[in-house]
Design a protein around this ligand. Structure first.
Ligand SMILES: [Mg+2]
Length: 276
């Protein structure tokens, strides 16, 4: 079954679409962080009252800023799934969305232990400091400070070989941690991911709209999006600026817009909504 046939069948029912999206390289341009090319699709989502949940490696402070810019009153998933936040009274009072994880301080202790023991060449956000983050990301100082307001993950600038990165990941996994490759950084975090957060949120949406049939759509460009893309009914793989393979099982209905960033995002969302 193609994705669009699936949408036709879904729309014969009284369904509700929920959209989950990555930011960097997906809704935001990889280099300029611009989202304007996606404006038509964003307006179409708003017009149809379809929730857009931002799911990012960014911090809650950064996502709150984007939620404001995009005029969204929806849940957000920060730090690659380690932190989920939703507006007051958005979900029924009984909703719990905890993804048990480690604090940033605990992650830093384990990171230092492994880095020292094996002399890995890398620099974590807390080692770079705000000025280093500015240098490596092109963010302004204020943006970099917000990017460093982390609760439960630590981005790491990898300066060693790819083989050594695999070794590093193994060492971290042996300690119950996860390393997820984002667009620019390797993200160290506890045993959770974007997919786990999306599945929890879909359960919460089921209790918010118990009489509706829900259809989930996700959009992402990087390997850190794979767990999210695999967790939704429709997966939109935005062409990414990285060398990692984006392999999804055929269980998902996959759309692959030809254009990267917000241009591809806009095309894919409008294509899905054209069936609405
Ligand atoms: Mg991305």
């Amino acid at each position: 079954m193609t994705s669009l046939q699936a949408i036709d069948i879904f729309l014969e029912t009284d369904g509700k679409i929920i959209v989950f999206s990555d930011l960097d390289g997906s809704l935001l341009d990889h280099d300029t962080y611009d989202w304007q090319p996606a404006r038509p699709a964003l307006e179409a989502l708003k017009h149809r009252d379809i929730p857009l949940v931002l799911v990012s490696s960014k911090t809650l402070a950064e996502l709150e800023e984007y939620s404001q810019q995009l005029d969204l009153q929806c849940p957000v998933v920060a730090e690659n799934g380690a932190v989920t936040h939703f507006p007051v009274d958005y979900f029924p009072a009984t909703t719990t969305l905890s993804t048990a994880t480690l604090t940033r301080a605990q992650l830093q202790t384990l990171y230092e232990e492994v880095k020292l023991a094996r002399s890995f060449k890398c620099k974590a956000f807390y080692e770079l400091g705000v000025s280093g983050i500015v240098r490596e990301t092109g963010l302004t100082e204020r943006q970099a400070a917000r990017a460093n307001e982390r609760e439960a993950s630590e981005p790491i600038l990898w300066l060693d070989s790819d083989d050594r990165a695999v070794q590093f990941e193994k060492e971290m996994m042996a300690r119950g941690l996860r390393c997820i490759m984002g667009g620019r950084f390797l993200h160290l975090m506890g045993a959770t991911d974007k997919g786990a957060a999306v599945r929890l949120l879909m359960n919460a949406y089921s209790s918010k709209w118990p009489d509706k049939i829900l259809m989930s759509v996700s959009l992402g460009d990087g390997p850190n999006d794979l767990s999210m893309l695999a967790s939704t009914d429709i997966a939109v793989v935005i062409p990414g600026k990285h060398k990692h393979r984006m392999t999804l099982s055929t269980r998902n209905r996959v759309l692959k817009p030809p254009s990267p960033g917000p241009v591809g995002w806009n095309e894919a969302v409008l294509q899905i909504l054209a069936k609405h």
